[in-house]
Design a protein around this ligand. Structure first.
Ligand code: NAP
Length: 288
């Protein structure tokens, strides 16, 4: 990669940002495409967010990714927000338009991307474990897919109430039912798709699964298990589901797809998803 006076700038803002995987993934695609862009990490503390976004406009940054803790705080600094980002209430991708900065949430389309290979969702039932930020993108994605029934399971009734309230105030109409964890055995036996959005099973606790092994026996035939966690790969959750005959989709795929969709927005052309996936695997030591 050669940086010149004409090189266009992209980046990611967060705090901390030291462990971001995004520069490796995006710069690999940029290099493969022979584009004159570079993607850089920008550590921006919360109280400097406004100044940073103004500065980006001053020096003509083309676009940037947004991660913790700025995903919600960036909203009032944008001149336009896509319906997906409004629905989720968080932005992870921003780009410059004639009217100012525009934001979207590519986690929604990134989550859906690997599911679109699997037929019609209009008679399918999904069970989502967890009710945090990622679960919102998952519920928005399932709604966009046209999933007939979306059931979400959480461990804290108050947080489940907040989750439901969020959708009442959202422009997206979702067909969602929330449950406490004790309902899971009945739900799983009807689940065509089981999604883990909890962090249970993440490194270093790689032997943990958010649900007991016996419950996977209840999964109907031809179901799909989708874990948003990307390390380890596969997680215990995916191993247990796969052993019972389910199709497994890992969090690395969602991570790659949300990144690819963002890069396509910034550079205005199709990007090499395989190159991004391969670089991420290398970076995470998963290519051995
Ligand atoms: P979050 O906002 O902290 O939400 C985590 C959710 O998991 C909460 O609902 C929490 O319950 C629940 N939870 C935590 N520990 C639990 C346990 N022991 N048992 C049952 N439930 C538990 O986190 P997030 O931002 O949604 O992220 C969640 C996961 O998704 C992380 O592993 C993250 O790395 C992954 N992720 C992956 C991608 C991707 O592209 N692959 C994108 C986004 C996120 P309470 O609400 O009751 O505390």
């Amino acid at each position: 990669m050669t940086i010149s006076g004409k090189t266009k700038l992209l980046g990611v803002i967060g705090h901390p940002i030291e462990h971001t995987l995004s520069p490796a993934m995006h710069n690999a695609a940029i290099e493969q495409m022979g584009l004159d862009y570079v993607y850089l990490p920008f550590p921006i503390p919360p109280d400097r967010l406004g100044a940073a976004v103004e500065g980006f406009a001053a020096f003509g940054l083309v676009g940037f990714s947004v991660t913790i803790p700025h995903k919600q705080a960036i909203l009032p600094l944008l001149s336009e927000v896509t319906p997906e980002a409004q629905a989720v209430g968080a932005v992870n991708t921003v780009w410059r338009t004639e009217n100012g900065w525009k934001g979207t949430n590519t986690d929604v389309a990134g989550f859906i991307a690997p599911l679109q290979n699997y037929s019609d969702w209009s008679d399918r039932m999904a069970v989502v474990l967890g009710n945090g930020g990622a679960a919102r993108a998952v519920v928005a994605g399932l709604t966009q897919l046209g999933c007939a029934e979306i059931h979400l399971v959480g461990r804290t009734p108050k947080k489940l109430e907040t989750f439901v309230r969020h959708w009442k105030n959202s422009p997206m109409r979702v067909n969602l039912k929330v449950h406490t964890w004790d309902t899971l055995p009945n739900l799983i036996s009807r689940a065509n798709l089981l999604v883990n959005t909890t962090p249970v099973g993440m490194s270093p606790h790689v032997d943990r699964s958010p649900i007991e092994p016996e419950l996977f026996d209840k999964l109907p035939p031809n179901s799909i298990a989708y874990d948003l966690i990307y390390t380890p790969n596969p997680t215990q959750f995916l191993k247990l589901a796969w052993e019972r005959g389910a199709t497994a989709i890992d969090g690395l795929e969602m991570l790659v797809r949300q990144g690819a969709i963002a890069l396509e927005i910034w550079v205005g052309q199709t990007v090499p998803v395989d190159v991004m996936r391969q670089r991420l695997k290398q970076h995470l030591g998963l290519d051995r």
